[in-house]
Each structure stands twice: as structure tokens, then as C-alpha cells.
Ligand binder design. Structure first.
Ligand SMILES: Nc1ncnc2c1ncn2[C@@H]1O[C@H](COP(=O)(O)OP(=O)(O)OP(=O)(O)O)[C@@H](O)[C@H]1O
Ligand SMILES: [Mg+2]
Length: 334
């Protein structure tokens, strides 16, 4: 564990700068490509803050973004919406995007109240019906020129209990995608979200699925290596020996982009705190142990000395390693 006292203001500044950097990848382009199709263009072909509607039905469409925990969903959608040129607040649209994370428990009322709150309206007291709350939500969206509603952690709308209000919530969202002030709905969550949404054809056909790909194979490792080089440059550290470090990192990061990035920055933080001049595999191993809450001896994934293949506990090539995300109990060996 990192001792707080060793975190000098300089180290804190470097780490917070690294954590604040957003790295664009092919996934951003894929998301923008799909998202832009949901917006209208002006006569010059510029995207505008107006949802494209199906000519026959007057309905908008939405997107369901999925990835495993730490895959980078929240970062990607947040960045895409924040930077989108057509979605900047202006005089005619004070709040083009409204964002919530699904409240717990996720009922029709609680989701509606969370949306209302996100538009700047505090929850009203009294026993208001879900219909009243969602009517207010639609009114606020119209008033604020809202074009996009993004609901993060949307898998939590589907609790495993029989009391789930998911059908009601999704059908209410469907209604928000209809009519004069219809909005685009983005749902993001873990992999099972898309399967959940497909419970009803009428719901699922209104959304385009985007499953963020896992970090995979030589090209992604090359990209991570380049990112690490940039981070080391900023941190004033000599980069580590490459060897099979990136393959190990990808494996330890469950093949999820965000987790790999987090582990790189954690390793750099440890090296800086220790006053080391060069980043090496032990920093990664210690960062991994700190995050996973296990002892160094418990896991061979990132410890130096063992062969790559042995550490991956796989019989085939790196490509095979990448094609199969390993569960935690395989990754962390007793
Ligand atoms: N493109 C990126 N550039 C830089 N850092 C990123 C990027 N994508 C993800 N990260 C980092 O990875 C971590 C996890 O990302 P994020 O929270 O977006 O994942 P998630 O898929 O939403 O996870 P969860 O399912 O737990 O909500 C964050 O610390 C984030 O800063
Ligand atoms: Mg998230």
C-alpha cells in the first residue's frame, strides 16, 4: 500500500494529471459514428442539437453501450457527450444532455426523480405518482432543450428479484423517444445489459448495441506500450523493459482498457513514491496486489521470473490468452 505521507504534492500533481488525461481509441470513433446517425443535420450538413426521427413514426433511436466493469464505458460516453460540437449548452438549449446513474433501488419513481433532479428540480414532497414525475421530466427536457438522456449503470434497472420495475421504466423511456420533444436515450452498463434490454423486441429494436471490445492481441499491446511511454515521459521515469509486460498487464487488467490504464498509473505512482528512476515490473505487481487486495505470493501474473506462458496458465499463444478472459480465481492463484 502507498503511504500517504510519501505522496508529495509533486507526485500527486503528476498522478492527477495522468488520471485526468483521456485517451482516444478506435472505440471513440465507433461510438461517434453510431451516435451521429441519431442526430439531424442542417442544410450545410453540420450536425445539430436535434434528434433524427424515423419519418414514419416520429420516433428517435437510442444506444446501449456495454463492457465489463472497468472497460471504460462511463469515461467514453462522458467524453463523447461533453466534447460533441452539437451538444454544447447554448441560449436555446441550456441542457442538451441530462445524465444520471441509476439510483438504488431502481423503481420507476426513483429513476424519474433522479432525472428530474439532474435537470435542477429538487424532489417534491407528497405522494406523487410515477406518471406525475415523468410528466415533469418530459416538461423539463422540453424547457431545457434536452436532446440526449444518458443513464449509466443501467443494468441496475434490472434487479434479479421478481419485483423489477424494468419493463415500466423502459416503456416510459420509449415514450420519451416519441413526440415533438423526443430525446435520444443512451443506456450504459455491464455486458448483461443488452440481454436484459432484449427482454422485449419493442424495446430492443429502438436501440443500437455497442459492445466495447476487450483489449486484445498484439495491436492493442502496442498501443498500451505507446501510452505507457507517454505516461513515463510525463512522470520523468525511464520506461520499463518491454518483454511481455504488456501481455501480463492485459491479463491482469481482465482485458479491459480502463483497468489496464488504471494499473499503469498505479505502477507509476508507486515508482514515484519510492523515488525510483525507472519503472519496472515490480511496480506493476505491487499495484496489482494493492488493487486486488491480495499478497504478492498469491499471484504469479505480474511477478518477474516466471515465464509468460506459465503465468498465464495457458497452453497456447498470446492470441489464445487474449481470446479468453480469465476469471478471478484463475488469475489469482492460491
Ligand atoms: N479512454 C480512457 N482514457 C483514459 N482513462 C480511461 C479511459 N477509459 C477508461 N479510463 C480509466 O479507467 C477507469 C475505469 O473506466 P470507467 O469508469 O469509464 O469504466 P466503466 O466501464 O464505466 O466501469 P464500471 O463498470 O465499473 O462503471 C477509470 O479510472 C478511467 O479513468
Ligand atoms: Mg461506469
Amino acid at each position: 500500500m502507498i503511504e500517504e505521507t510519501m505522496l508529495t504534492p509533486e507526485v500527486r500533481a503528476i498522478i492527477s494529471e495522468l488520471r485526468g488525461k483521456y485517451i482516444k481509441t478506435e472505440r471513440d470513433r465507433a461510438f461517434r459514428g453510431t451516435f451521429d446517425r441519431l442526430l439531424e443535420c442542417d442544410e450545410e450538413g453540420n450536425l445539430i442539437a436535434k434528434p433524427a426521427k424515423c419519418i414514419a413514426t416520429g420516433e428517435t433511436r437510442g444506444i446501449v453501450v456495454t463492457a465489463g466493469a472497468g472497460g471504460g464505458k462511463t469515461s467514453l460516453v462522458r467524453h463523447a457527450l461533453k466534447k460533441h460540437p452539437a451538444l454544447q449548452p447554448c441560449e436555446t438549449a441550456a441542457m442538451p444532455c441530462v445524465t444520471i446513474s441509476v439510483p438504488c433501488p431502481a423503481t420507476s419513481k426513483s429513476v424519474g426523480k433522479a432525472l428530474l433532479k439532474a435537470t435542477g428540480v429538487p424532489a417534491k414532497s407528497g405522494n406523487r405518482t410515477a406518471q406525475d414525475i415523468w410528466d415533469d421530466v418530459a416538461f423539463r427536457f422540453k424547457l431545457l432543450g434536452t436532446v440526449v438522456v444518458w443513464i449509466d449503470e443501467a443494468h441496475d434497472v434490472f434487479p434479479q428479484s421478481s419485483k423489477s420495475e424494468a419493463p415500466d421504466i423502459l416503456k416510459t423511456l420509449k415514450r420519451l423517444m416519441q413526440g415533438e420533444s423526443a430525446v435520444i436515450v443512451i443506456l450504459s452498463g455491464v455486458d448483461r445489459l443488452w440481454t436484459n434490454v432484449c427482454f422485449d423486441d419493442q424495446v430492443s429494436r429502438r436501440y443500437f448495441p455497442i459492445a466495447l471490445p476487450q483489449v486484445f492481441g498484439a495491436t492493442d499491446c502496442k498501443r498500451l506500450w505507446a501510452i505507457l511511454g507517454g505516461y513515463c515521459g510525463r512522470a520523468g521515469l525511464e520506461p520499463p523493459e518491454r518483454g511481455d509486460l504488456m501481455e501480463r498487464l492485459v491479463h491482469a487488467g481482465r482485458q479491459r482498457f480502463g483497468r489496464c490504464v488504471e494499473q499503469m498509473i498505479d505502477a507509476i505512482e508507486i515508482a514515484l513514491v519510492r523515488g525510483d528512476a525507472k519503472l519496472d515490473i515490480r511496480h506493476f505487481a505491487d499495484a496489482f496486489f494493492a488493487r486486488e487486495g491480495c499478497q504478492r505470493r498469491c499471484c504469479v501474473t505480474l511477478t518477474a521470473g516466471d515465464s509468460h506462458r506459465e503465468s498465464m496458465r495457458l497452453d497456447g499463444s498470446h492470441e489464445q490468452a487474449s481470446s479468453r478472459p480469465l476469471p478471478h480465481d484463475e488469475l489469482v492463484q492460491p
